[in-house]
Ligand binder design. Structure first.
Ligand code: DX5
Ligand code: ZN
Length: 232
């Protein structure tokens, strides 16, 4: 594998637009997933919230297991939960291919990253808009993915926070950076190009997909907008 090429499989399809199921119609979950597949989505992003680390509850292991049975697409679980060390193994057992947790949520991010990788999944580290890049820097060598949050986590449909762009630029410019760079929150046709230009490979999109009728057209359009700005 050449130097500087990360091995997370999703980055191979960069720019990759990943639907965030948080914004889907859960009354028709199987249909929604089938529509994402038919639209060419390269993977799905599943937002797990505990009502403690973030001020909202979403879903947990049973939903991830259900989605796993419904699709072969790569699944990323974005754990917005306290003490992720207690849960990462269970999410891998439930079918997550990528387990992303927050640097703010644990005292020992390095060992959680190592555990995820040791169990055969890809390890992602997320950080919130007010959290400085310095908080994740010591752990980059253990990351398959770095998730730069562009909203305060907890809810879909929020406005993009440009502070994420500087963080992406700095991460992208780092010597030997091999992790995939992902952005999550407020990504739509007005913000995706700037995020791509700043260095993101993976783009999590909730409302801007699920509030439209034609997912294929939306994902295609967003991917094209990201492509026009990708530098490498
Ligand atoms: C926010 C979640 C996001 C969110 C994305 O806490 O992590 O994945 O659902 O939704 P939009 O694209 O609507 O901001
Ligand atoms: Zn998310």
């Amino acid at each position: 594998m050449p130097e500087n090429v990360p091995y997370i499989h999703l980055r191979a399809t960069s720019p990759a637009v990943l639907p965030s199921l948080l914004m889907c119609d859960f009354g028709h979950l199987a249909d929604e997933i089938a529509r994402c597949e038919a639209a060419g989505a390269p993977g799905l992003h599943l937002d797990v919230m505990d009502g403690h680390f973030v001020p909202n509850l979403s879903y947990g292991l049973p939903l991830v297991e259900t989605v796993r049975r419904l699709t072969r697409l790569p699944l990323e679980t974005h754990l917005m939960i306290a003490q992720p060390e207690e849960y990462v193994g269970r999410y891998i057992d439930a079918g997550a291919d990528v387990v992303t947790f927050h640097v703010e949520a644990t005292a020992d991010p390095r060992s959680v990253l190592a555990e995820v990788r040791m169990r055969g999944a890809k390890a992602g580290l997320a950080f919130n808009p007010p959290t400085p890049l310095a908080a994740v820097e010591p752990f980059l060598d253990e990351c398959d993915l770095v998730l730069v949050m562009s909203v305060h986590p907890g809810f879909g449909g929020q406005e993009f926070e440009p502070v994420a762009l500087d963080k992406l630029r700095q991460l992208r410019a780092r010597e030997g950076m091999r992790a995939a760079l992902e952005i999550d929150g407020g990504i739509n046709e007005h913000t995706i190009a700037a995020a791509a230009e700043a260095g993101a490979h993976l783009f999590v999109v909730g409302s801007a997909i699920f509030h439209t009728k034609d997912y294929r057209a939306t994902i295609g359009h967003l991917t094209d907008l990201a492509k026009t700005r990708v530098t490498t």
